[in-house]
Design a protein around this ligand. Structure first.
Ligand SMILES: *Cc1c(COP(=O)(O)O)cnc(C)c1O
Length: 936
């Protein structure tokens, strides 16, 4: 027996199980199965050139060495990234707790009440602090939130102007993201100094920063009125901590607020991940992009949370979509919300007061020493004028271990935060060559802008202030949710595989957690090496030439890739090419991204086998030959099949002058066996939160690197200033979680990765083989095989018995499972993706449950149970329901609560019955409901 490799831990089935699974599927070995499943035209027979697999201990040691090459300095750079103390109870019980980080997006509300409540807390924090009516459950970062605010303003504005006005005191990286998003949409961004410049005569929106990047706190009331008079909407990008002491945007008539909640207990992480936010005034809530948590009721009439207004989601809107955001930043929004729960309004006010006190004393010391600090109010940041000496001051501070912001040759920016100490101020004063100041100094907040309104008055922000109470609150919420730490989450297209503890550990190390994204390069050598290696390994895995990890979700990688294609055509004098072909089976983000990249979406049909219809493709190419920019296909297709026509498809599009985008969300079926960059594609995004083990976090974070062939390398994301579009606010996006895929690749090695792919495909085919007799498997490819997932067709059953796909999904909860992906990509079906990480016992438990459910459906079909009062229609069953004195149903309680094969001792009980989504959409409530709502 050899020493266990990490791959043996990551991959669920052992060799014996593998043999039994192969027997069921009818193959002698995984290689034989893969030879049959994967079309030879795309098959790659090489071996990935990656370092030999490291053990968990070796990987941690290497990561420690990389971490040691980063320098954790005191960060006073500001620009929307601040030092913060993550309460240890939140770090350990949320960030480091698989009950939170391995959960999926709460599309199945009955098993997600804990994280939905946590997100509702987050939304309440944002609405209370901004003074606006409705906030969503997080955005990817401040820059992208501000860009979404721009497009929202354009949709809602009364004027048809295409001019968007941006305050010159906006965070530079926000401006870069706004500019990058505006250009393909034909929006003209005009930067104005709001202190001195006139507003243009016509514009559809105005973006203001509050406080400004310089630290200045301005009264924007008159600007808001002027913008409204012009028919424009106003976005205020506001600092949430400052809003505890400053008049909120909603109280001066702002329509939209955007920003980040990073400084609410979420480490900077060299740029991310953290939760951006977006809030709107009343009347705009139905235009708000992203996911929105709301209150509704369950089948018993009790309050229950669920995602509201889901019909707006990109999955359905496709080319009519206005935003492509899908994966957001749930885990980080949970942390920020809990930070507010833990501190309460008075605690937050105290943190803000202390932070401001530091900044005020800093400014007083500088002024006393003769340094020019402009008059006017500020919150936590001051910009000092030291003509010609700025670089020297910044260097002197750095020598003392403090990073300041070099604004230009004459100005230095200094930001205080919750972690600022007297010692830090002394270092800064010394760097400026001025004497320290001690004792309190007068506040520098403009009195007229002081906040007078209450916030966070809801009991949740007062009830969990001791650590014991907080610990129990977190435990209670986690306990009502279903995550990978309870059982399988067989979600097709989502690849819910193991998120190994060793991969997760480095995320909270200070050397990775506490770096500012604009820290000097010499302090971030470890990060840069890690990122360089990761990009190189991902290029090797995909067969592409260059990779950028900047996009902080798959959707963002899509946009980055399409913008690269657009720029490529333009540089070749073919800027008129603007048609993007997208198969009807595509994920909704594809079409939405194409629209955001300024392209026209043309849908290509699928044939009866679920493959891209090559005849229709020919027709669409003929029709749009001169305008063809790209095709966007998922491979293997969203139907879970290795299409044999892929090479032909690529050739046809290339012949017509178009580029081929392969959506890499399904890369788990390819790694080690086929490389999109070598079988005809020009660009792909990957989802590191699917294939490469970043946990889903309940709906984020994610990382969506974009990978390109050499001819597109010059168009990869940048910072705006370097001539490349900024896709995210930070240069390396959500760098803080990149140690996860790094560790996965490092510990799996070439052979482990290929084995994982083989076992993932074997597991999907095993499930298909076991369930085929009970539910038709909708599509199959070569030799009747599926790829890494399979679609179970419920439509015949629904037609015959009235039992819906929803009923089956909810009944699976009673059996102790998270439902597979529902009604995507085909309505009325379930898409199952078991992944390589589930062992045979769990795969069998799932198959047995599906087979038992089929028998229950048959009883409904036979008339034994009425379709409207069966274990299926009443699912999921709560403990309260089956233990109630009253049991009016035609089947025994035990059938409802303890269906066949369920472990009675370890049974998962959902806290609510089936949630009525429509009710909540008609009665939209998106912040914490009054506790009376829960009174029995
Ligand atoms: C998950 C997924 C996406 C979107 O990725 P996000 O990270 O959620 O933005 C795009 N395409 C496909 C096929 C997917 O499965």
């Amino acid at each position: 027996m050899t020493v266990e490799q990490f791959a043996d831990r990551h991959i669920g089935p052992d060799p014996d199980s593998e043999r039994r699974m192969l027997d069921t599927v009818g193959y002698g070995s995984v290689e034989e199965l893969m030879d049959a499943a994967i079309p030879e035209v795309i098959r790659w027979h090489g071996r990935l050139d990656l370092p030999a697999a490291a053990s968990e201990q070796e990987a941690i040691a290497e990561l420690r060495a990389l971490a040691a090459r980063n320098t954790v300095a005191v960060s006073m750079i500001g620009l929307g990234y601040h030092g913060t103390h993550t309460p240890a109870v939140i770090r350990r019980n949320v960030l480091e707790n698989p009950a939170w980080y391995t959960a999926y997006t709460p599309y199945q509300p009955e098993i997600s009440q804990g994280r939905l409540e946590a997100l509702l807390n987050f939304q309440t924090v944002v609405t209370d602090l901004t003074g606006l009516a409705t906030a969503n459950a997080s955005m990817l970062d401040e820059g992208t939130a501000a860009a979404e605010a721009m497009t929202l303003a354009r949709r809602a504005a009364k004027t048809r102007s295409n001019v968007y006005v941006v305050d010159a005191d906006t965070l530079p990286q926000t401006l870069a993201v706004i500019a990058g998003r505006a250009e393909p949409l034909g929006i003209e961004v005009r930067v104005v100094d709001v202190d001195t410049d006139e507003l243009p005569a016509e514009f559809f929106g105005l973006h203001l920063q509050y406080p400004g990047a310089s630290g200045a706190v301005r009264d924007h009331t008159a600007l808001v009125a002027a913008a409204h008079a012009a028919g424009a909407l106003v976005t205020v990008a506001a600092d949430l901590l400052a809003l505890t002491v400053l008049r909120p945007p909603g109280e001066i008539g702002a329509d939209i607020a955007a920003g980040t909640s990073q400084r609410f207990g979420v480490p900077m992480g060299f740029g991310g991940p953290h939760a951006g936010y977006l809030a709107v005034r009343s009347g705009l809530e139905r235009m708000l992009p992203g996911r929105l948590v709301g209150v509704s009721k369950d089948a018993a009439g009790d309050p229950a949370y669920r995602l509201a207004l889901q019909t707006r989601e990109q999955h359905i809107r496709r080319e009519k979509a206005t935003s492509n955001i899908c994966t957001a930043q749930v885990l980080l929004a949970v942390m920020a919300g809990m930070y507010a729960v833990y501190h309460g309004p008075d605690g937050l006010r105290a943190i803000a007061g202390r932070t401001h006190g530091m900044a005020a004393r800093l400014a007083a010391g500088l002024r006393a020493g003769g340094v020019d600090v402009p008059d006017g109010g500020f919150f936590d940041t001051v910009t000092a004028r030291v003509p010609g000496r700025a670089a020297e001051v910044v260097a002197a501070a750095r020598a003392r271990g403090v990073n300041l912001r070099l604004v230009d040759a004459d100005r230095v920016g200094i930001s205080c935060d919750e972690t600022t100490t007297d010692g830090h101020l002394e270092s800064v004063w010394a760097a400026f060559g001025v004497a320290p100041v001690s004792g309190p100094v007068p506040a520098a907040l403009p009195r007229a802008l002081a906040r007078t309104s209450d916030f966070l008055t809801h009991p949740v922000f007062h009830a969990h202030r001791s650590e014991t109470a907080m610990l129990r609150y977190l435990r209670r919420l986690a306990d009502v949710d279903y995550a990978l730490d309870r059982g399988m989450i067989p979600l097709g297209s989502c690849t819910m595989k193991l998120n190994a503890t060793t991969e997760m550990e480095p995320v909270s190390w200070p050397e990775f957690a506490h770096l500012h994204p604009f820290a000097p390069a010499e302090q971030t050598a470890g990060y840069r090496e890690l990122i360089g290696q990761l990009e190189g390994w991902l290029a090797e895995v995909t067969g592409y030439d260059a990779v950028s990890v900047q996009p902080n979700a798959g959707s963002q990688g899509e946009l980055a890739g399409l913008l690269a294609i657009r720029a490529y055509h333009r540089d070749r004098g073919e800027g008129h090419r603007d048609v993007c072909l997208i198969p009807s089976s595509a994920h909704g983000t594809n079409a939405a991204s194409a629209v955001m990249a300024g392209m026209r979406v043309v849908v290509v049909g699928c044939d009866a086998d679920g493959n891209v219809d090559l005849v229709d493709l020919d027709a669409k190419i003929d029709q749009h030959r001169d305008a063809l920019a790209a095709i966007m296909v998922t491979y293997p297709s969203t139907h879970g099949v290795y299409e044999t026509g892929i090479a032909q498809l690529c050739a046809k599009v290339h012949d017509a002058g178009g580029q081929v985008y392969v959506d890499g969300a399904n890369l788990n079926a390819l790694v080690g066996y086929a490389r999109p960059g070598r079988f005809g594609a020009d660009v792909s995004h990957l989802n590191l939160h699917k294939t490469f083990c970043i946990p889903h976090g309940g709906g984020g974070p994610g990382v969506g690197p974009v990978a390109v062939r050499a001819h597109l390398a010059a168009y990869l994301p940048g910072t705006g200033a370097d001539g490349r579009p900024a896709i995210a606010a930070a240069p390396f996006g959500s760098a803080g979680i990149l140690p996860i895929p790094w560790a996965y690749l490092r510990m799996m090695g070439a052979d482990g990765l290929a084995r994982a792919t083989g076992v993932a495909v074997l597991a999907a085919n095993y499930v298909a083989a076991r369930l085929r007799a009970h539910y038709p498997v909708l599509y199959a490819g070569n030799k009747g095989l599926v790829a890494h997932e399979c679609i179970l067709d419920l439509r015949p059953v629904t037609k015959a018995t009235g039992v819906s796909v929803d009923d089956v999904a909810k009944r699976l909860i009673d059996y102790g499972f998270h439902a597979p992906t529902m009604s995507f990509p085909v309505a009325g079906t379930l898409m199952v993706e078991p992944t390589e990480s589930e062992d045979l016992a769990e795969l069998d438990r799932f198959c047995d449950a599906m087979i038992a459910i089929r028998a229950e459906i048959d009883k409904v079909g036979a008339g034994q149970w009425p379709v409207g009062d069966s274990p299926l229609s009443n699912a999921p069953h709560t403990a309260a329901m089956v233990s109630a004195d009253d049991w009016p149903h035609p089947y025994p309680r035990s059938v409802g609560g303890y269906p066949a094969g369920v472990d009675r001792a370890g049974k998962y009980w959902p806290p609510v019955r089936r949630v009525d989504g429509a009710y909540g959409d008609r009665n939209l409530v998106c912040s914490c409901p009054a506790p009376e709502a829960f009174a029995q």
